[in-house]
Write a protein that binds this ligand. Structure first.
Ligand code: NOJ
Ligand code: MG
Length: 537
């Protein structure tokens, strides 16, 4: 019998960046009605849940991650009624909706901050982090913003500085003030009462900062590129106090049935693992971004998988992310030749996979000419825009070969430029082609859903004679076992899998041109090819 897994364990998450999925009102920006129009596409892909990046009212200083009202919808995206309609239709299709929650900072336009900045004795003053200038009039300490410059801005009204680790329009909330956490917990209840199925919580590992605001030490290993990395963030990230905040949020999640809490956390394995909580009472899924950062090499990836598996606490459910709205797209990072192998990896590993919109059709990073650059870190630090700018991974979804790729019919076109390749890389075209990336991802998703070994089974690495090949077996008592072999190199290889022999059946190849029985003693892989084989007996 298959052990009963929860939907977020068994399922696959699909991230939608709402500004870029589908425009419906011809303003060149994606919206909720647009997502509704494309919902059947998402359902047909076979994924289980949508994670929607923020759609709250926002001045868009960080494209929605600057929230001006946590309990409403930005008119750019639609109305609360549109949101409720979308949620209904998502549920009607048997899908779940996870929304983004951004508790670490609000917009400077949030009513809370407007009050807070108005005077030193306002009752919301300490809802944010204010300090007097240093003796020389400069910022209170050396903390830096991720997006460039100091993490402090002086406010004219009172002469004090406030903390912001992103743009200055994102003041950080002070979770040491007793009223702030309860306010955030009520916001969670508000959305769960509406029926949302969980939250992806923005920069959850930054929510607590050193109370004494001590300077951060220099990072001796800094590569000289991104100034934010010139310091070691020991007083602004991963503080022990953050776990209490997360436990409180999880308790609210647990007031409801089967909701999920996903935490955005960029930390090495040992530290990441602590975000499950000592008794599994923190995040259900602390996002595991290793596949995003790892060197694309079979041995390195294999070791990363082993190391992660080895760190997971008892009862913790793993997860894997191949792309998101902040990091280079996988087709660009690993290379177009490896894009299919990467997806086969993501969708055959043990643990919940997250797919970033457009990756399923092979969208690439788009070169955004300087005059179109909009992402704040790139605007603020043009000299390193190429390294840190996120516009290239947020371009409009490529639906078809018509003008603006079917994303919008706005007279002025979409808010970010379209990829040059949209006439060939698009949903309509790939739907017609049984060998397309989209066709392959769809089959992968459906296979993973259907097979207990793939969505719920164990992971065992398999050694082979070829360094460029990653091989592993997924097993489950309730069904067949599967051998996955992935060629990270571009040369053809004959495999000797040592421990594994006998007959097997190819159920999916990345090129979608092989099937049937093979003898594992004479298994070969083409360059850049991946195979899923059903093992007999
Ligand atoms: C992480 C989000 O993913 C990113 O897009 C955003 O800029 C920062 N947090 C600040 O909210
Ligand atoms: Mg629109």
């Amino acid at each position: 019998m298959e052990r009963n897994l929860l939907w977020w364990q068994k399922g696959i998450v699909y991230q939608i960046y709402p500004r870029s999925f589908q425009d419906s009102d011809r303003d060149g920006i994606g919206d909720l009605a647009g997502i509704l129009r494309r919902l059947n596409y998402v359902a047909d892909l076979g994924v289980d849940a949508i994670w929607l990046s923020p759609v709250y009212p926002s001045p868009m200083a960080d494209f929605g991650y600057d929230v001006a009202d946590y309990v409403d919808i930005h008119p750019i995206f639609g109305t609360m009624a549109d949101f409720e309609r979308l949620l209904d239709e998502i549920h009607r299709r048997g899908l779940k909706l996870i929304i983004d929650l951004v508790p670490n900072h609000s917009s400077s336009e949030h009513a809370w901050f407007k009050e807070s900045r108005s005077s030193r004795d306002n009752s919301k003053r300490d809802w944010y982090i204010w300090r007097d200038p240093a003796p020389d009039g400069g910022p209170p300490n050396n903390w830096l913003s991720f997006f460039g410059g100091p993490a402090w801005t002086q406010d004219e009204a009172t002469g004090q500085y406030y903390l912001h680790q992103f743009v200055k329009e994102q003041p950080e909330l002070n979770f040491r003030h007793p009223e702030v956490l309860p306010a955030m917990l009520d916001i969670m209840r508000f959305w769960m009462d509406k029926g949302v199925d969980g939250f992806r919580i923005d920069v959850i590992w930054l929510m607590a900062k050193d109370e004494a605001l001590r300077d951060e030490p220099a990072n001796a290993n800094w590569d000289g590129v991104n100034p934010h990395e010139s310091l070691l963030h020991i007083h602004t990230q991963n503080l022990p106090e953050v776990h209490g905040l997360i436990r409180a949020m999880r308790q609210v999640i647990d007031e409801y049935d089967e909701r999920v809490m996903i935490g955005e956390i960029y930390l090495p394995n040992e530290q990441l693992a602590t975000y499950y909580g000592e008794d599994g009472d923190e995040c259900h899924l602390p996002f595991n971004f290793q596949l995003i950062d790892v060197e694309w090499d079979a041995q390195v990836v294999g070791q990363a998988i082993e190391a992660y598996e080895a760190c997971l606490p008892q009862g913790a459910w793993p997860n894997w992310v191949l792309g998101n709205h902040d990091r280079p797209r996988v087709s660009t990072r690993a290379g177009a030749d490896q894009a299919r192998v990467a997806k086969m990896l993501l969708l055959t590993l043990r643990g919940t996979p997250t797919i970033y919109y457009g990756d399923e059709i092979g969208m690439e990073n788009v070169d955004v000419p300087p005059e179109y650059v909009q992402d704040p870190p790139a605007v603020l630090q043009p000299e390193i825009a190429h390294a840190i700018g996120r516009d290239p991974v947020r371009t409009p979804m490529q639906w078809d070969a018509s003008q603006y790729a079917g994303f919008t019919t706005a007279a002025d076109g979409p808010w970010l430029p379209l990829a040059d390749d949209y006439e060939t890389v698009n949903v309509a075209k790939e739907r017609e082609d049984p060998h397309s990336m989209l066709a392959m991802v769809r089959l992968l998703v459906h296979l993973r859903r259907a097979e207990p070994a793939l969505h719920g089974g164990s992971y065992t690495a398999v050694t082979s004679n070829v360094d460029e090949v990653l091989a592993y077996v997924r097993r489950h008592a309730a069904g067949d076992s599967f051998l996955i072999v992935l060629n990270f190199g571009d040369e053809n290889q004959e495999l000797d899998l040592n421990a594994i022999e006998g007959l097997a059946t190819i159920v999916l190849s990345t090129n979608m041109d092989r099937a049937g029985r093979v003898d594992l003693a004479s298994l070969y892989l083409l360059g850049n090819e991946g195979l899923i084989l059903r093992l007999s007996g």
